[in-house]
Design a protein around this ligand. Sequence first.
Ligand code: ATP
Length: 204
Amino acid sequence: MAGSVLLPKPCLMRLPHYYRRLMKAIHEGQSIISSEELGEEAGVPAAQARKDLSYLGEFGRPGVGYDVYELAAHLEKVLGLNEPKKAILIGVGNLGRALASYPGFARYRLQITAAFDVDPSKIGQRIGSIPVLPLEELETFVRQRAVRMAILAVPAPQAQSIADRLSAAGIRLIWNFAPVSLRVPEGVKVFNEDLAARLATLSF
Ligand code: ATP
């Protein structure tokens, strides 16, 4: 079901914010929520929130609001939040380590099954329950475990060659934390997370 609704990208990016607000409502025992409240969480006006949610189908009643449970369940389906997702991590430096240790991914059922590195002092270690494996085992691991998602946290100069290997091995989604634009074959998607560039826009 995840990805089966075609949405404009800005709308897609706002759905997790609506979902987060819905989780808060559930936590607080609220059963109906307004588009104002949802929009506020995503930083958009109520009309925009209503428009975004109208892409998902007929939800909400004018003058009343949205049923919190119904909308949350639907967002879970659209975003695939209930489907377990396996990922691998490449690069166990400071950032990679932080990502591997972040407990928030479990909420979205993302499980990092292994990490890979070239540094002999890191290979063989564990980050929580995640083993750090030698990079030579990358392709075999991806093929045998049918992993489709990779988190890339290697230095920029190494990122492209790793992306090539990941794509050839069958990875279809790369969440790229290296500050570099990656070229990937058709059928592979890249989501860039350039933290330093983001900081620059924040400062501005
Ligand atoms: P540290 O000092 O622990 O290495 P760091 O955050 O400064 O941390 P970076 O230089 O950003 O490290 O490198 C990130 C990680 O990527 C390191 O663990 C490094 O060993 C690893 N790495 C470097 N080249 C590759 C590669 N080709 N494939 C996999 N991992 C790599």
